[in-house]
Design a protein around this ligand. Structure first.
Ligand code: FEO
Length: 135
């Protein structure tokens, strides 16, 4: 599977958020790499847990910023985060118990969810924060 290549099209214009998105993409790329190597399931589940934790921290940061500036689509945005949290916990536990590698459907889900979320959902607040002069 092809890794995700970060470029300027992923930038939402807020430095801290961009840094967190890059970290998350880095973890996903690490999981994609792991499919090409012989690694034990504990390492993979640790990486999945790391991503779930990091994503959770990121959602908190982002939600805090969105509420602080009274972003109008906050509720709908938060619902996307809730859906991701729920799915990540479910498949992390599944991988921990039964799998030696990350199933391709999980990697596909992670990759597509984050690319779609950053480029389509997060990107909706870019102009809003530009207007509020948040960098
Ligand atoms: Fe950057 Fe809405 O997560």
């Amino acid at each position: 599977m092809e890794k995700i290549n970060w470029d300027d099209s992923f930038s939402v214009g807020v430095k801290k958020i961009d840094e967190q998105h890059r970290q998350i993409i880095g973890i996903i790329n690490k999981l994609i790499d792991s499919t090409n190597a012989s690694v034990d399931s504990e390492l993979i589940s640790d990486t999945l847990m790391e991503m779930a934790q990091y994503a959770s921290d990121h959602f908190e940061t982002e939600e805090h910023l969105l509420t602080e500036y009274k972003y109008p689509d906050y509720k709908s945005h938060k619902d996307h985060h809730i859906e991701f949290r729920k799915n990540t916990v479910n498949f992390s536990m599944d991988t921990l118990k039964y799998k030696r590698t990350v199933p391709v459907e999980i990697l596909t889900y992670l990759k597509e969810w984050w690319v779609n979320h950053i480029l389509k959902i997060d990107m909706k607040y870019k102009a809003f924060f530009v207007e509020k002069d948040v960098k």
